[in-house]
Structures are given as C-alpha cells and as structure tokens.
Ligand binder design. Sequence first.
Ligand code: GRF
Length: 214
Amino acid sequence: MTLALGVLVSGSGTNLQAILDAIARGDLDAQVAVVVSNVAAAKGLDRARAAGVPAVVVDHKAEPTREAFDAKLVAVLREHGVSCVVLAGFMRIVTPVLLEAFPDRVVNIHPSLLPAFPGKDAQAQALRYGVRFAGCTVHLVDAGTDTGPVIDQAVVPVLPSDDVASLAARILAREHELLPAALQAIASGRVSVERTGEPGARARVRVAPAPSSP
Ligand code: GRF
C-alpha cells in the first residue's frame, strides 16, 4: 500500500519539494496526502499547491497550549488519511498528543550528526565547536528534542572557509537525498524499531537492506 505522508513545514519547504520530486521520479512509493504549516506565508504551502496537494494552515498562536495545537494537527492529518508524519523544517516542538496518534511514524530531518548539536541553529553550533565534519540525520521523533532513534545520516566536510550559509547549503543538499531515501525505506517496510525493554535503554531503528536491483 502506498505510504500516505503528512508533511509539516514552517518555511521554504525544500525538503518537501525533494519528497514531491522523488515521488514524481518514481523513487519514492508514497503520496503526499496533505501539507500543514503553522505559518500562513510559508513557501512550502505554495509548493504543495503547485503539486496539487492540499495545503492547510493551523496557526499555533490561535491555540492555548502545545497539546491543543497538536490535537488540531492530528485532526487534519487523520482527515487526510495520513499514516506517516514528516517534520520537514517544522519549527514547533511536538507533544505526546501527536506522537501517540502516530506511534513510531513521526519522522524528523535535522541538520547535524545527532546526538551532536540538537535544537536550533545546528550549523552555527557545528562551526562554533570547530568540528571537521557535519551532516544531517533522519530520525523517528520521541518525546525529547532531536533525541529519537536514528534512521539514517549523511556526512559533509566543514571547510575552513565556511560560514553558516555555506555549511547549511552543503548540508541541505544532502538532506534532499537522505530524507526521500529514508521515507522509501519506511514505505517498503524495511524500517523496524527495536526495544529491549531494559529500563533506560534507547529504542533503536534497524533498516533492512534494499533488495539489489537485477
Ligand atoms: C532544514 O535544514 C531542516 O533540516 C531544518 O530546517 C531546514 C528546513 O529547510 N529542520 P526546508 O524548509 O526544507 O527548505
């Protein structure tokens, strides 16, 4: 069955575009059922409309709590038959209200090699620290900020000449490959979550290899 994605965006939506393009090329067996943004002016909404995908605004400022905002998101996502939620440049912290509605099916892309540099301004954090390699991570979302089990990561070099803009652009180009590929792993049933049950043990994602092409 084709994976029905609900993509949440707050800004330019280039990762959303990468998903739409991968679907159009036949590289991702999914459909984007709805795009939701907390920002009415988000360019990601225009990208959705241009692709003929329903684009919905849910204004977080109109809701009294994060939980009430997430309940609105869940209602929109369910209404559109979503089975997997993608946070693609979505600048809100999500709550258990969303996570429990889509267990192990909320995916985030973050512009660092987690667990390094979680939270905001990851690329600036990497430059300030002086690391030689940076990158991006696709992971399942849990109750923490950028703490959930890793699905996949990609590495880019940090160059001596880099500023935040040049490093962010190099990472973003890899995000556009990594996110659709990780979603295809989910769509093809190759992603499973392992929990040992031991207190304090992290959940881990196992990704089975893709069948090799003939
Ligand atoms: C990306 O770097 C993503 O990892 C981060 O915000 C940026 C969003 O870019 N969370 P876009 O909106 O997909 O263009």
